[in-house]
Design a protein around this ligand. Sequence first.
Ligand code: PBE
Length: 313
Amino acid sequence: MFNLNWKRLGLAAGLSLSIVAAGCGSSDGGSSDSGSSNGDSAEGGESKAAIGEELDYTITGIDAGAGVVKTSEKAVEEYGLENWEVQTSSGGAMTEALGNAIEDEEPIIVTGWTPHWKFAKYDLKYLEDPKGVFGGEEQIKTMVKTGLKEEKPNLYKILDQFKWSSEEMGKVMLARKDGTPIEEAAKNWVKENSDKVSEWTKGTEKVDGTKAKLVYVSWDSEIASTNVIGEVLRQQGFEVKLTQLQNAAMWQAVAEGEADGMVAAWLPGTHGDLYESNKDSLEDLGANLEGAKIGLVVPKYMDISSIEDLKSE
Ligand code: PBE
């Protein structure tokens, strides 16, 4: 029976998959379930191993430089998930794999984060992390090169005043996911949120072609934020250049003053190592978004609830 895939099991049961893996989802003590027959307990253990086998012990990751990938590798180690690997690719490849798995109602585990449109499109859940490897709430912060305040005070002030919510960022991400080119999605958002935008530009003057160079990584959340602030700067008269880099290179570009700044610093956990090694050469302008989060994410139809459930024994 456990050679069948999840979808067929689900169909055969005619109910949610919770029935199939009832012995393993809620606790590690599957064998001590009161009232369950020996058969049920044995099945629970087997189906748990089956998740690993069916996924080829693979967690679908994103780019190797992402904090969530490094943290997932740490989780594999700390939870003793022998055989499991975090496969690196890109944010785009991850969401494609996620979409395909969900279409077929197959299991998948991805390195996930909030804010992200995937939670609006699909029924997903974070796997519990009792060891706290992924940390708690994160902030997304703005970092600029040292001396920017004197060099380009208007740019500095706008970047300093840039703050929005997960919901606001989510709208831009969703529009892009639904096919609107990001430049257009950013323009639309800026147009529809002029009150918010005027808080960011408050107390600044328009400029005439001053260069503003921002760096970012090609993650959906950062594509959204960087393009929105880029559009605002454009409308204030800046000649804006947005450059896509790998994570460590993004931090370095700001620290070395090659870029004016970035709005993509996930702290304290996700980019904690990069912050530590660059913090003396850049200026931290504080949070531009509160309540971010990273972790391992699965479709809700999967009957596991914790990272502990990935252990084979
Ligand atoms: N992310 C999105 C990044 C930060 C922003 C969670 C994929 C990371 O893991 O580094």
